[in-house]
Structure formats: C-alpha cells, structure tokens
Ligand binder design. Structure first.
Ligand code: TXA
Ligand code: MG
Length: 362
C-alpha cells in the first residue's frame, strides 16, 4: 500500500481545507488516516464501520481484545454512541472537553463490538487539537483512534515517528506540528461508582476530584503485581518498550553516578554502550565519553517538557547500539503519575532504590 504523507503548514487556508476534505473522504470510504491530537498522534478509522476498525488492528499489529477510543468533535455526538450519561459524566465533559481525557461509558448498539474489543462499553474522547476535530468531523463524526504506533512501540509525538511505523500500512498521514502533551489521555471509567482512573494522564486525580468528588485509581495501572488484572485491556501489555533494557534509578545524583560507575567497573572487559535519561540540570554530572549516550528530557522544573519529550527519547535510543539505559525518576510534579506510569512500563518495572552507600547486587 502507498501511504500519502502530507505535511500541513499553518496559515495556508486553501491547502488546509483541501486536505481535511481528502482525509474525510478516505475515512468515509473505510480507510485509515493518521493525524495529530494534543496528546499523541492517532490512527483513525470510522468507528461505526467494523471493517474499517479492523484495518487499525491490522496496521498496528494490535491484539483484537484491546478496544479502541472513539473520538468525537462535539459533545452532542456522545449521546449517539453512549447510554445513560450521568451528571458526573456531563460535568467532566463540561470541564475538560475538548481535552486529554477519555471516558468509558455504556455503549449503544450502533457501535460495533469490533471497535470495542468485544466489550459492552465504549471509550470516548473529544480532542482539543483543532485539526483532529476537523478531520473527525469530515470523516463522519465518530473516529476510532488508538495511538499511531506499531503495537508495543512508544506512542508517536512527531510526524516522523508515525512515518517510521506506518509508512506502507495505512492510506494517509496528516502531519502538522509536534504534539503538545506527549503522553496519552487520562482514561476514566464512569460505569462504576466512584469512577476509576484506568490510565493516568494530564488530567489528574486531583483535578477530577475537584470536579466530581471521589475518584479511585486502578491499582493495576500503578503496580507490577501480576495478580492484578487491569480494567483497561491495553494496560496489561508491556507497552512503550525500547530495544535496550531500561532501569530506573531512584536516589540522589551522587548515588546514581556511583551506581553507574560500579556497573561499568563490573563490565570492564567489554564496556557496554550505556544510555542515560536525565535532565538539563544533571546531564553534565554523569560520566561522559564515547560509551555513553546521554539524553536530557528538559528542565526538571518543567514537567510538561519532560512528558512531551519522553517518547521521542525512548524512540531515539532504538536507532543506536545502546544495550542498557538508566533513567532518573520524575516523581515531583502534578503529571508524575502519568510520566512514571509510562517510564515504569518501558522499564518493565525495573527500579533500583539507591541509598547513599548503595552497591550493585552480585
Ligand atoms: O490520548 C489518547 O487517548 C490517544 C490519542 C490518539 O487520542 N489514544 C490512545 O489510544 O491512547 P490507545 O488505543 O493507544 O489506548 C486506548 C486505551 C487502551 O489501553 C484500551 O484498552 C483502553 O483505552 N480502552 C478502550 N476502550 C475501553 C473500554 N471500553 N474499557 C476499558 N478500557 C478501554
Ligand atoms: Mg497506545
């Protein structure tokens, strides 16, 4: 399949209208179009057409029990695909839409089980990104869109990431800018009381509680306990896995550097290529040299920047010979639950808590 990749320039109105129209036609004909949202790039197809939704699973290599989020361009559309919208659901829509939060609701019969992974519930989201909403509208109003990566790879935050994973597999990619937030939307299950956060994102537990009162968190989204089954089917897969193995080091900079030096000492016969994920404030403090590839996620004081660069940095390591990556942890901001959920998964939950005198376990 030939994939049409179109880069949209801002303020070129004529081209914009034409491209939206073309993307809409591809979607209405049952095709697959990738486009940016404010969280990550999405891989869109008509959510009400089971065959079209099926193409998304094929393009991503995604397990068929992992349901898709249905994207809408306005609040009224939700009533066409979901039953029994309660007061709290309406409050969340009013406060946070358009924006990075998805709600799980009871589905109506028009939504095929092929879109919802066989579930009687539907996940719905109205993205803030204007281009996304224009494409959704042009494509018929109900667009299933998972992140536009191959299953198991980090979600795409730049057009080039989508091209890397999807060229030759889908009809069209519309590229505009790099995404804003960089981690996927919060998912809130409204079919239970109190509602439960299934996946942390930019809309936090605290923000939700200020709006609708008590909110629980699905323990399985925070923990590697194998006995816990996540309520969002997608959360059970080891997502966001870089090619190199990744370990999170928790502790101050002195103990982290000491740990890495000991690690190299123990592997001194054939020094491995090591990657380090750090911040602007600390990047100079690690050992430097040709065996080290050090990527900064940005300033420690700017967690939005850290979130928006995370997937890009994980992808960048995949094009190198780095065998092992050490990352700092980022627990000190409002988005830390979202950031650490992704980083923990990428690390397969390998975390080493360092005390000042820590030694490597032999
Ligand atoms: O920010 C986002 O949400 C992005 C952009 C493109 O909008 N989309 C996204 O989709 O992250 P995806 O498919 O990569 O993740 C969807 C998650 C999966 O973990 C899936 O299992 C869960 O949502 N999900 C979808 N429908 C569900 C349902 N009915 N009940 C529980 N979990 C559901
Ligand atoms: Mg995804």
């Amino acid at each position: 399949m030939r994939t049409k990749i179109i880069e949209l320039l801002k303020n070129e109105n004529i081209e914009y209208e034409e491209i939206i129209k073309e993307a809409g036609e591809v979607l209405k004909a049952g095709g697959v179009v990738a486009f940016p949202t404010e969280t990550v790039y999405g891989l869109g197809a008509n959510a009400l057409d089971e065959k079209a939704a099926q193409k998304i699973y094929e393009a991503k290599g995604r397990p068929s029990d992992n349901p898709l989020i249905v994207h809408v361009a306005d609040v009224d559309s939700v009533y066409e695909v979901a039953e029994e919208l309660e007061e709290k659901t309406v409050s969340v829509m009013k406060h946070f839409w358009p924006g990075p939060i998805t709600m799980v609701l009871k589905k109506k019969a028009v939504v095929p089980l092929g879109t919802t992974g066989g579930l009687e519930t539907i996940a719905v989201r109205m993205p803030k990104h204007e281009l996304a909403r224009d494409i959704i509208r042009a494509g018929g109003g109900f667009i299933a869109a998972p992140s536009a990566n191959l299953s198991g790879r980090p979600s795409p935050t730049k057009g080039e990431h989508v091209a890397q994973d999807m060229d030759g597999r889908i009809d069209m990619v519309v590229v505009q800018d790099n995404v804003d937030i960089g981690v996927e939307s919060t998912i809130l299950d409204m079919t239970v009381n109190p509602p439960i956060i299934l996946r942390p994102g930019a809309i936090t537990k605290q923000m939700l509680e200020e709006c609708i009162g008590d909110v629980d968190v699905d323990k399985a989204s925070e923990d590697n306990d194998a006995t816990l089954v996540p309520r969002a089917p997608g959360m059970k897969y080891r997502h966001y896995a870089p090619k190199a193995s990744l370990t999170i080091l928790e502790g101050d900079i002195v103990s982290r550097v000491r740990y890495i030096e000991e690690y190299i000492g123990q592997n001194s016969k054939a020094p491995p290529m090591l990657g380090i994920i750090t911040t602007e404030e600390e990047k100079e403090k690690y050992p430097q040299g040709s065996n080290f590839l050090i990527f900064s996620l940005g300033s420690r004081l700017d967690e939005a920047e850290i979130a928006s660069n995370l997937y890009s940095v994980l992808r960048a390591f995949d094009t190198t010979d780095v065998e092992h990556i050490f990352s700092e942890s980022f627990w000190d901001g409002t988005m830390s639950a979202a950031i650490m959920n992704r980083l923990n998964k990428a690390a397969g939950y390998k975390v080493i808590k360092l005390s000042a005198a820590s030694k490597i376990d032999k």
